[in-house]
Design a protein around this ligand. Structure first.
Ligand code: ADP
Ligand code: MG
Length: 151
C-alpha cells in the first residue's frame, strides 16, 4: 500500500494535485477526503472535476449532502457529510446505491457516517500548516494503489 505525503505550499498546488488526480482516477473509486474545515477538500474536488472536463461551478453540497456530476466519461458523486446525522437517512436518501462500483465517489467528512460509508480505495488527508497544506495520500485497495501509481 502506498503512503505518500505531499507538500502543498499554496492553493495553486492543491489545484495542481486535483488536476493530476483527474488523469489517474478510475470509475468506481471511493476517495475519502479528510481534514479540518478550510483544509482544501472542496478545492481539491473542484480541480478534479474540472480536470475531468466538468466546466461548471462546483460548490460543496453542505445541505443536500451529495451532488451528482457528469464529468467527461465519469459519473461523479461528491458527498459532504459534515451535516449528516440520521443513520436512517443513509438508505432512505439512496446513498448506499450511489456506491455502485461505477460512480467515482468523493467523500468529504466520511467520519460523520462511520460504518455506513464504504471503505476508501484512496484516502487523502489534508493538514493545515502555518504555510500551506500537507496532503497525505494512502491507498487501501489494489484499485486505489494502481491509480496512485499512475499519479
Ligand atoms: P474544505 O472543503 O476542506 O473545508 P475549502 O476547499 O472549502 O476547504 O477551502 C480551503 C481554503 O484554503 C480555500 O480558501 C483555499 O483557497 C485555501 N487553500 C487551498 N489549498 C491551499 C494551500 N495548499 N495552501 C493555502 N491555502 C489553501
Ligand atoms: Mg468542503
Amino acid at each position: 500500500n502506498a503512503d505518500d505525503t505531499l507538500n502543498l505550499p499554496d492553493e495553486a498546488a492543491t489545484i495542481a494535485l486535483g488536476t493530476r488526480l483527474a488523469h489517474a482516477v478510475q470509475a468506481g473509486l471511493v476517495i475519502w477526503l479528510r481534514g479540518d474545515l478550510g483544509a482544501g477538500k472542496t478545492t481539491l474536488v473542484r480541480a478534479l472535476l474540472h480536470g475531468l472536463g466538468y466546466p461548471g461551478r462546483v460548490k460543496s453540497p453542505t445541505y443536500t449532502l451529495v451532488e451528482p456530476y457528469q464529468a467527461g466519461e465519469f459519473e461523479v458523486r461528491h458527498f459532504d457529510l459534515y451535516r449528516f446525522q440520521d443513520e436512517n437517512e443513509w438508505e432512505a436518501a439512496g446513498f448506499r446505491d450511489e456506491f455502485d462500483g461505477r460512480n467515482l465517489c468523493l467523500v468529504e467528512w466520511p467520519e460523520m457516517a462511520q460504518g455506513l460509508v464504504p471503505q476508501a480505495d484512496i484516502e487523502i488527508d489534508l493538514q493545515i500548516l502555518e504555510n500551506g497544506r500537507a496532503a497525505r495520500l494512502r491507498t487501501f485497495s489494489e484499485l486505489g494503489t494502481r491509480c496512485l501509481n499512475a499519479l
